[in-house]
Design a protein around this ligand. Structure first.
Ligand SMILES: Nc1ncnc2c1ncn2[C@@H]1O[C@H](COP(=O)(O)OP(=O)(O)OP(=O)(O)O)[C@@H](O)[C@H]1O
Ligand SMILES: C[C@@](O)(CCO)CC(=O)[O-]
Ligand SMILES: [Mg+2]
Length: 379
């Protein structure tokens, strides 16, 4: 039986976006272009139709993963059960959402979907969720399940609450395919943006969000969310009396952090607020090490930034990938530049950004970031 998660977590959106372009075609093919993972594939619509059960209406249940459809898709893609292969997971998530969303209409349309992301793939920044949210929003919109929002004048628009809820649910199915037993917090952040509080499956956006500057560092150490999450679960099962109190303490960190963030938005942020956030970052990083999701490269990140007076922690499932470093308002430009250089000297990618960006949106081609448009226009 799955233990209900009763602890609080806070999740924060980043200002790095995933872009999806969907073109209706008359080729009788479904094509997917995923330049980030060098994957370009197509299938005949007739072949995909054979995967649908006799009554298409049986599909399309947004609350449960259809194990039989997943099995058929695995056969089609040629993967065995426990595969963690980047490409296969991305393709399975796409085909699963495509077939489920269009099954009810009885017709599978030919189309070309191209996705390109500014997020590093599989590095602890929720790239799988951003990918799944884009797929869900685009396919639901193409099927007419949610409206297409853009009029001639409007270049960017957001869906209403009901549509966002549906996008989030379908994205969660994509996350399930990609990473096994996800909490749903990453797809919620991708859908709604901002900062979210997660408790027992209930997701509440924080009303107001302070502006926080951070450094984002990619150690480039490869890791798999699926494997790391399974590892923590194993530890919980093996040493419940040891790990449960750690999770309780993580919960208390989330609550104290939430209170501090709320004070920072109600009053002017003070140096003391930043001191508290820094201590919480350090404590949480130690928790994550105890849970077995640290990595020597992440320890290096923490050590190198602390030498410049800055505090860091891992992101996402850990085990390598990315970490964040909190910047204080008074942190001098030279300190930031020197820290970035130190981290680049370690072989890491590092850049400055801020937290709390918008969630999923529909853009007209004109409102696409130029770089994204340039990449996606190739397909
Ligand atoms: N831009 C993209 N194009 C295609 N597939 C992607 C893209 N981004 C993510 N994916 C899919 O998501 C998988 C990575 O998901 P995973 O959950 O392991 O990492 P993450 O989401 O980046 O990190 P975390 O879950 O720890 O925050 C990839 O293997 C790929 O299947
Ligand atoms: C590690 C994890 O918290 C998120 C990965 O970004 C797993 C989850 O919430 O499903
Ligand atoms: Mg993920």
């Amino acid at each position: 039986m799955r233990r209900p998660l009763t602890r609080v977590a806070l999740a924060v959106s980043l200002n790095l976006r995933t872009y999806l372009r969907l073109q209706a075609t008359s080729t009788s093919k479904v094509c997917i272009n995923l330049p980030n993972i060098n994957t370009f594939l197509s299938w005949d619509v007739t072949k995909l139709k054979q995967l649908l059960p006799d009554s298409g209406a049986e599909l399309g249940n947004v609350n449960e993963l259809d194990a039989e459809l997943v099995r058929r898709l695995r056969d089609l893609v040629g993967v065995s059960n426990g595969t963690l292969d980047t490409r296969s997971m991305a393709i399975l998530a796409f085909l699963y959402i495509y077939l489920s969303v269009f099954a009810g209409s009885g017709e599978l349309p030919s189309l070309t979907v191209s996705v390109w992301s500014e997020l590093p793939t599989g590095a602890g920044l929720g790239s799988s969720a951003a990918y799944s949210v884009c797929l869900a929003a685009a396919l639901l919109s193409a099927s007419g399940t949610i409206p297409s929002l853009l009029s001639d004048q409007e270049s960017t628009a957001r869906w209403g609450e009901v549509e966002m809820e549906l996008i989030n649910r379908w994205a969660f199915q994509g996350e399930r395919i990609i990473h096994g037993n996800p909490s749903g917090v990453d797809n919620a952040v991708g859908t709604w943006g901002g900062i979210l509080r997660y408790h027992s499956g209930k997701i509440t956006p924080l009303n107001r969000v302070p502006m926080l500057r951070i450094l984002l560092t990619n150690t480039k150490v490869p890791r798999s969310t699926k494997v790391l999450v399974a590892g923590v679960k194993d530890k919980m099962n093996k040493f419940p009396s040891i790990i449960n109190p750690v999770l309780e303490s993580v919960n208390a960190v989330s609550c104290t952090c939430e209170q501090t963030l709320s004070e920072m938005t109600n009053d002017t942020p003070t140096p003391e607020h930043y001191n508290i956030l820094e201590e919480l970052i350090d404590i949480n990083q130690h928790h994550l090490n105890v849970m077995g999701v640290g990595h020597p490269a992440l320890d290096t990140l923490c050590r190198v930034t602390l030498a410049r007076g800055l505090h860091s922690k891992l992101t996402g499932a850990g085990g390598g990938g990315c970490g964040i470093t909190l910047l204080r308002p008074e942190t001098e430009c030279s300190v930031i530049q020197n820290t970035i250089q130190d981290l680049r000297d370690c072989g890491y990618d590092c850049w400055e950004t801020s937290v709390g960006a918008e969630g999923v949106q529909q853009h007209s081609p004109l409102a696409f970031k130029e770089e994204a448009l340039e990449v996606l226009a190739r397909y």
